[in-house]
Design a binder for this molecule. Structure first.
Ligand code: UDP
Length: 368
């Protein structure tokens, strides 16, 4: 079986690492399976790309489409044009796309137009918010995928309700959590740990990159000032996403508690998360990791496509208002004793399940 794996952005790199490991394990067992790794170049900063390849031992991509940043449509079109050439030159049995970024959707469309099967990992999740580019990517990708790998039963149910065949929907768990389990013993102190006198639970971690929170300078400043005040005596470590940094540039504002740092590599970021008091974020992936680590997470969004992080895990949706965040944070400070669980099948074995399913679908008789 020949697989083409597509990855374009930071969360994608984290999700493909354990898949590649699972494929390599099958290869050592003598199974006829090979892969080609395509980096679309959607994220290209060292901090958002190369570092993850190095730290997570992801092989060098076979091809980099090198699309870089641009508007949603220009980027989507650039990925499609380049990926079509790649697939024509290197045909495969199945294209595997992960998550919900532009690369996910663009490459799924190209593959289907060339009559190649598409497997979508992290299929079926929905925020219901069509103003998010990621939601459009999810809807389009799922609408043309052939095989759906889901992180939760509710994601599988979403697909069933949309009329997809239950035989094509595979509830396998969460590949991002595979990466977390595979690397927990390797996490390392960020280089600034001692400089800022960080210690277990004496700081909060903040990440923000969603357009609804960061694209308007005045409201971003207001949000950050509110978070800065909420922390009282706690430091807030803020690995700032390039998108957010660009908006804040030239804004004459100072903060008492917020420590701005560059986006971190996976191993030092996870060290920071594992040891913090709480996380404030608008990231979906981070709310999954905090769920597994039992770290309180406050999500600055009105909705989530990952409801299990709230119903089972440690996540609290606070909307985009700082007032609701303050209420939720203060109530957490008063009563920290909460029982949290880990969602079903978030056990570190999801990638192996996915590869096992793909090997069954592309039965040895069909192998090329
Ligand atoms: N992450 C990281 N360094 C950082 C910020 C995030 O390694 O400075 C990791 C984080 O642990 C998670 C992933 O990046 O695994 C989430 O990426 P992001 O928030 O960009 O994407 P989203 O989850 O919102 O799609």
């Amino acid at each position: 079986m020949k697989i083409t794996i597509v990855a374009g952005a930071r969360p994608n790199f984290i999700k493909i690492a354990p898949l590649i490991k699972a494929i390599k394990k099958k290869q050592t067992e003598g199974v006829c399976i090979s892969f080609r790794l395509i980096h679309t170049g959607q994220h290209y900063d060292k901090n958002l790309s190369d570092t993850f390849f190095e730290e997570l031992n992801i092989p060098k991509p076979d091809c980099n489409l090198d699309v870089k940043s641009s508007s949603q449509s220009v980027q989507t079109a650039a990925i499609m044009i380049a990926f079509e050439q790649e697939l024509l030159q290197n045909p495969c049995d199945v294209v595997v796309v992960v998550g919900d970024v532009n690369s996910t959707m663009s490459c799924a469309i190209v593959a289907k137009k060339l009559n190649i099967k598409v497997a979508h990992i992290e299929a079926g999740i929905r925020s219901g918010d069509r103003t998010m580019p990621e939601e459009i990517n999810r809807i389009v990708t799922d609408s043309i995928s052939d095989y759906f790998f889901t992180t939760s039963k509710s994601a599988s149910d979403n697909l069933l309700k949309l009329g997809f065949d239950k035989n094509d929907i595979h509830f396998v768990g969460n590949v991002m959590i595979d990466t977390l389990y595979q690397n927990l013993s390797r996490i390392t102190k960020p280089f600034f740990w001692d400089e800022y006198q960080l210690a277990s639970e004496n700081y909060i971690v903040l990440t923000l990159h969603r357009p609804s929170n960061v694209d308007e300078q005045e409201s971003l400043k207001k949000l950050l000032l509110g978070i800065d005040a909420l922390a009282q005596d706690k430091k807030i470590v803020f690995p700032i996403h390039p998108r957010t940094k660009a908006i804040l540039e030239n804004s004459a504002v100072t903060f008492k508690n917020i420590i701005f740092v560059e986006p971190l590599g996976y191993l030092s970021f996870m060290y920071l998360i594992k040891n913090c008091l709480a996380v404030i974020t608008d990231s979906g992936g981070i709310s999954e990791e905090t769920t597994v680590l039992g770290i309180p997470c406050f999500t600055l969004r009105e909705n989530t496509e990952r409801p299990e992080t709230e119903s089972i895990g440690t996540n609290t949706l606070v909307g985009i208002s700082v007032d609701k965040l303050i209420i939720a944070y203060n109530s957490f400070l008063k009563d920290r004793k909460k029982n949290y669980g880990i969602p079903e099948l978030w056990d570190g074995k999801s990638s192996e399940r996915i590869i096992a399913v793909l090997l069954t679908v592309f039965s040895p008789l069909e192998l090329k």
